[in-house]
Structure formats: structure tokens, C-alpha cells
Design a protein around this ligand. Structure first.
Ligand code: PLP
Length: 358
């Protein structure tokens, strides 16, 4: 028998979440963000499930884009960081791949091969406040006349730093700078990530770029996806592989960080940090055993965790466990581990088999 851990990927939920994006942004074009193996959900399977339902995909690198092309995904694919080396450009042009252009180094390389540039659709990345990638708005305004004729198309994109705050002076300022530039240049733009889609209608402009909401998690602190009308896509399943009785005063696991207050049943679950379960999840983090919550106790090991079964004295080895997903919001686990749902999803290890449904 195989080790019981697996991640169920509910493609119906994924498609329902696309409908939620459409409800928020009914007239915009939709770029589904599939970087990092579609946040751990399987980029190829997610792209195939969304074929025809979205206008484009976005990934982080040419390698990620070519994995989709090899699987016969035909939609345009945007490289969010553009290219890294000149020798990527020929294949980018040939494969209907669009690129973010964020640096003068990239522009110099592009303008050295004008015939190639003529066949490229680019997104000039504008830094409206994130202070990460991109040109400042005033520099884009001056570059524009010279640049715009050199490419098949030039659009602009920018990224919001604080869209997960439902009211934020800096977000309002970023949106203002972006739309002012977009209108001055009379070009199309893209600004909204998931939080922008859900909370900042003025950021929707022409193309929205949701990632996390497609996978059913909330981009906002202290809320869960269902409160935003989203359905969780990944459910991480495993089983109890051992149930036994520990005596009062026994300590559990590495570092002996949990001491049993009484003689009690404990269970061992086949999941650990090598599977992507967060090592920093402390005692008390909820785990579903037979559909009911029990607390994790002691430290997370590489391949196992231990749970307190006092509320389930009849639980047995083989009983089903859910670590997050349906019935147990991933945002809650992330909060216990002092991280965000994004990181937990991306960290699900390659050794965890994915099972796609629907
Ligand atoms: C990852 C990413 C997104 C998607 O962000 P979510 O918060 O997951 O919706 C959008 N735009 C860019 C540039 C990104 O890197």
C-alpha cells in the first residue's frame, strides 16, 4: 500500500472561482496566474481545466511557459519577470509568449534586435509604489514615443503593494498614478491581483491578474476564502498510521515540547515538513480526523505529526485525516504557522501525489 498522503485538486471549484472573478470584473480580460506550478496545484492540469475560460495565463519563467506549451496549451502566456537572457527571445517570439519588460538591461537587449522586437507583445512594468520591479511613471512617459513603434504591442502593468488592506492611501495613490499614465498613453493596462479584483474596482482597468483566489484562498488577513465566495481547490489528505495510549507525563516527539496532562490516546499522521506541512505549526493547530477537529501536539517531524485523540477515543490507524482544504480552511493553518496560504500551497512537495477531480 502506498503512503496515504495525497492532495485532491477540485477542478470544479477552480472553475467556480473563475466565475467569481468574472462576477467581480465582468468586462475585463482575465490572466490566470499559474506560476510556481499553479501555486502547487499542477500548472498543466490547471491550464487545461481553464482552457477557453480565461484570455491568458501568467507564469514566472520561460521554463514554466514551455511546460504549458508542451502540453498544448494555446492561450497567450505572460512572463511576469520577462526574460533573463537574450537567447530566450527567439523562442518567446515563436511561442506566442508575452513578456514583462522592467529594466533598461532588458530594453537594450530588445532594441538590439529590432526584427525580433517587432514580433513581440510586451508589458512595460511600471513601479507605482511597490519599489520592486519596473520603471517609474515619468520615465515610461518619456520613453513611450520612442518605444511604442518598436514592438507588436506595448501595454503597461503594475503591482499593488497593499491591496489586501481594504482601505489604503497608498493603494489609492498607486491606482491614480497607474490610470493617469494609462490614459495619457492611450494603452491597455493590468494592475489587479486577487485582492485588487475583490476589493479595488478602480484597479480592474483592462486585464485582471488573479492568482490565489483561483485556488480558493483569501488574499486578505483574518478571513477565509468562503467569506469571499471562493471554494477551496486543494484538500490535503492523509491517514492515521498509528494510534496508541501515552501515559500521564509522557512527552511527545522531538524536543519533548508537549507533555501529556493525563493518560490519553494519541495518533500519528503520515504528513510532515518534507511534504510541505509547516514545521512551525505549533501544538494546538487543528487537524481533521474523521471529519472532526483535533489538535496537533508536539513538533512537526519530517514525515509525521502527532495529534491528541482524547475527543476521539475510537479513532484507529487507517482513519482519514485532512490537513487543510474542505472543512478546514488553509488560512487557519497558515495563521497558526505564522505564514500565509500562498506559502503553504507552493510548498506542497513533489513527493505528494496530486489527484485531479472534475
Ligand atoms: C503572483 C502575482 C499575481 C497574482 O497575485 P495573487 O495575490 O495571487 O492574486 C499578480 N501579478 C503579479 C505580478 C504576480 O507576481
Amino acid at each position: 500500500m502506498a503512503r496515504p498522503i495525497h492532495a485532491m485538486i477540485d477542478l470544479m471549484a477552480l472553475r467556480a472561482n473563475v466565475q467569481r472573478v468574472r462576477a467581480c470584473a465582468p468586462t475585463q480580460q482575465l490572466i490566470a496566474v499559474l506560476k510556481a506550478n499553479a501555486y502547487g496545484h499542477g500548472a498543466v492540469q490547471v491550464a487545461q481545466a481553464l482552457a477557453g475560460l480565461v484570455e491568458a495565463f501568467a507564469v514566472c519563467s520561460l521554463e514554466e511557459a514551455l511546460e504549458l506549451r508542451a502540453a498544448e496549451v494555446v492561450e497567450p502566456i505572460v512572463l511576469l519577470e520577462g526574460f533573463f537572457e537574450a537567447d530566450e527571445l527567439a523562442i518567446i517570439a515563436q511561442q506566442n509568449i508575452q513578456i514583462a519588460v522592467h529594466s533598461t538591461q532588458q530594453l537594450e537587449i530588445l532594441l538590439k534586435s529590432p526584427e525580433l522586437a517587432q514580433s513581440l507583445n510586451i508589458w512595460l512594468k511600471v513601479d507605482t509604489g511597490m519599489r520592486r520591479l519596473g520603471f517609474y511613471p515619468k520615465d515610461v512617459a518619456t520613453m513611450w514615443k520612442h518605444l511604442q513603434p518598436q514592438f507588436a504591442s506595448v501595454r503597461i502593468m503594475s503591482h499593488l503593494a497593499c491591496a489586501d488592506e481594504r482601505d489604503s492611501v497608498s493603494t489609492r495613490e498607486q491606482i491614480k498614478q497607474f490610470t493617469t499614465l494609462m490614459n495619457a498613453l492611450k494603452t491597455e493596462g493590468s494592475l489587479a491581483n486577487s485582492a485588487g479584483v475583490l476589493a479595488w474596482e478602480t484597479a480592474h482597468v483592462h486585464w485582471v491578474r488573479p492568482g490565489i483566489m483561483l485556488y480558493g484562498a483569501s488574499p486578505f488577513p483574518n478571513t477565509v476564502g468562503s467569506q469571499e465566495g471562493l471554494q477551496s481547490v486543494m484538500t490535503l489528505h492523509s491517514s492515521l498510521i498509528s494510534v496508541k495510549t501515552a501515559k500521564q507525563g509522557d512527552s511527545i516527539g522531538y524536543g519533548a515540547t508537549f507533555r501529556c496532562p493525563q493518560t490519553m490516546p494519541i495518533g500519528v499522521v503520515a504528513v510532515g515538513y518534507a511534504d510541505g506541512y509547516p514545521r512551525h505549526a505549533p501544538t494546538g493547530t487543528p487537524v481533521l480526523v474523521n471529519g472532526r477537529r483535533v489538535p496537533l501536539i508536539g513538533r512537526v517531524s519530517m514525515d509525521m505529526i502527532t495529534v491528541d485523540l482524547r475527543t476521539q477515543p475510537n479513532a484507529r490507524a487507517g482513519d482519514p485525516v485532512i490537513l487543510w482544504g474542505r472543512g478546514l480552511p488553509i488560512e487557519e493553518i497558515a495563521a497558526h504557522a505564522q505564514t500565509i496560504a500562498y506559502e503553504l500551497l507552493c510548498n506542497v512537495a513533489p513527493r505528494v501525489p496530486r489527484v485531479w477531480r472534475g
